[in-house]
Design a protein around this ligand. Structure first.
Ligand SMILES: Nc1ncnc2c1ncn2[C@@H]1O[C@H](COP(=O)(O)OP(=O)(O)OP(=O)(O)O)[C@@H](O)[C@H]1O
Ligand SMILES: [Mg+2]
Length: 477
């Protein structure tokens, strides 16, 4: 308790913390809370599960209690699930204040959200896309007077990944006041430092936890080298093993695509494992329901794409399995950080094929630690190999019979409309491009064919000449 008092936090907030079992400040809290209370911009880089959320929630609540008005603070975060999680921390810690918060994420009713925004909540927690839509389309609310802007998972919000937030972020940054406190947090800030500094304009205080290894100490990190074809058999084997050896267990499995995520979930269910999927092609309600059931341990296995890789705080997760080796070390750090949180133990197992070895080296280089091999009796895996592969194939066929790919197409169209593009025109453009590409390919093939014919003819001519020469020689002899 004294620790938090020393940082300058009020006793009512310290009481709230103790109710959550937060008794002593973590390193990131100890180092970032005082400068935030002093009014400085702050960039905090600390390992996964180290309490970064409370490091910004606590000082904001304290400042809000001094001078309450709405909209006081805007928190941006890359995923919808994370927005809800952060809102919950604000709610629990800010309960004595009668805090009004508002969550603005995609997949929910926009009209209801606009109404909530117009009621001036103290805290708005949003994903950039949906908030930017509200700013573009409505004048019933203003974020011109906010005191705090927080970017949680700040590096993800600034990078140009498959979901690119930069344009939406631009709209939002133009709508907030220049005079504000900006707080940026992530477990992986360092490679976006320059961009981040331009968002935090007032000479930000930068704090990074000094540690040789970039992942959590209590995390046991393993790999299994597997041929692609037997990957799923290894997965089933591993889950069976955990189920047999542990009474209370909970696993998160990460996959690279929504489709694989869906298929693996179907497959594991065929083996009677209590699994549930979470990916961006699911409806929002399904996404929430899946996560809620996993959090409450109704389902012991969550199979997810990288939509669940960052920030989610589910203390029961003991094991993370990477069904594919992440292409970027950063993604690996966040994925495996879903376990071994807040001082707990945990294990991460990455399935590595012969084509991914260079990715593992890149990961090891970045985290500064060698992954250890997870020893498996291959014989036991081979016993279930055929059954697993047949089941997977059956699940693939089942999925093909549903409208999964069609839904994907519809989602793509929706996305284009949101981006202000005409899907039919885009389709035409794409078809046209495809045609040009085909023509080019045909032309290239034609040229290659002609060249080959020429070469063949040349060879023939040479052969003929040689033959003639030899004939002449023989005749002369
Ligand atoms: N000082 C503390 N002592 C003990 N537990 C804490 C403390 N601060 C926060 N926690 C708990 O630690 C867990 C992880 O916190 P949090 O989600 O904020 O981590 P994070 O640093 O944001 O991780 P990530 O990088 O994965 O987002 C939460 O359950 C939180 O309640
Ligand atoms: Mg976090």
């Amino acid at each position: 308790m004294e620790g938090f008092l020393r940082l300058g936090l009020s006793s009512w907030l310290i009481d709230q913390c103790s109710q959550l079992g937060i008794l002593k400040p973590s390193s990131v809290q100890e180092n970032c809370i005082p400068p935030i209370l002093e009014g400085r911009d702050c960039m905090g880089c600390a390992k996964t599960g180290s309490g970064k959320t409370a490091a910004f929630v606590l000082p904001i609540l304290q400042k809000l209690s001094d001078d309450p008005f709405g909209i006081f603070c805007l928190v941006l975060t890359p995923t919808r699930e994370l927005a809800y999680q952060i809102a919950e921390q604000f709610r629990v810690l800010g309960k004595p204040l009668g805090l009004k918060d508002c969550i603005i994420v995609g997949g929910m009713d926009m009209v209801a959200q606009a109404l909530e925004l117009s009621r001036k909540p103290h805290i708005v927690i949003a994903t950039p896309g949906r908030l930017a839509d509200h700013i573009r389309s409505s004048n019933t609310f203003s974020i011109k007077k906010i005191r705090f802007l927080v970017l949680d998972e700040a590096d993800r919000l600034l990078e140009q990944g498959c979901t690119d937030f930069t344009q939406d972020l631009q709209v939002i940054l133009e709508a907030v006041p220049a005079q504000r406190q900006t707080l940026l947090f992530s477990a992986t800030l360092t490679d976006t430092l320059q961009e981040l500094k331009t968002v935090a304009m007032n000479k930000p205080f930068f704090w990074e936890s000094i540690s040789e290894v970039k992942t959590v100490e209590q995390l046991d990190q393993r790999y299994i080298l597997v041929p692609e074809k037997v990957k799923d058999a290894y997965l089933v084997y591993l889950i069976q093993k955990f189920q047999d050896e542990h009474e209370d267990w909970s696993i998160m499995i990460f996959t690279n695509t929504c489709k694989t995520c869906q298929i693996l979930n179907m497959m594991l269910r065929e083996f009677s494992f209590p699994s549930v999927a979470l990916h961006s092609m699911m409806k929002q309600k399904q996404r929430f329901a899946a996560l809620a059931k996993f959090k409450s341990s109704v389902f012991k296995i969550l199979i997810a794409t990288d939509v669940a890789a960052r920030g989610l705080d589910i203390p029961t997760v003991q094991v993370v399995i990477n069904h594919n080796t992440p292409g970027l070390p950063k993604i690996y750090i966040h994925r495996v950080g879903r376990t071994a949180r807040a001082g707990r133990n945990g294990m991460a197992i990455t399935l590595v094929t012969q084509y991914d070895i260079h990715l593992v080296h890149a990961i090891e280089g970045q985290i500064n630690l060698k992954l250890e091999e997870f020893k498996v009796k291959e014989k036991d895996v081979l016993k279930i190999l055929t059954q697993v592969n047949v089941t997977r194939r059956e699940c693939e066929i089942k999925l093909e019979c549903t409208d999964f790919d069609e839904k994907k197409e519809i989602n793509k169209r929706k996305q284009l409309i949101l981006e202000g593009k005409d899907p039919d025109l885009e389709a035409k453009r794409k078809a046209e491009l495809e045609k040009i590409k085909k023509q080019k390919k045909k032309f290239k093939e034609h040229i290659q064919e002609t060249m080959q014919k020429k070469r063949d003819a040349q060879v023939q001519r040479k052969r003929k000449k040689k033959h003639l020469r030899e004939k002449k020689k023989k005749a002369a002899q």
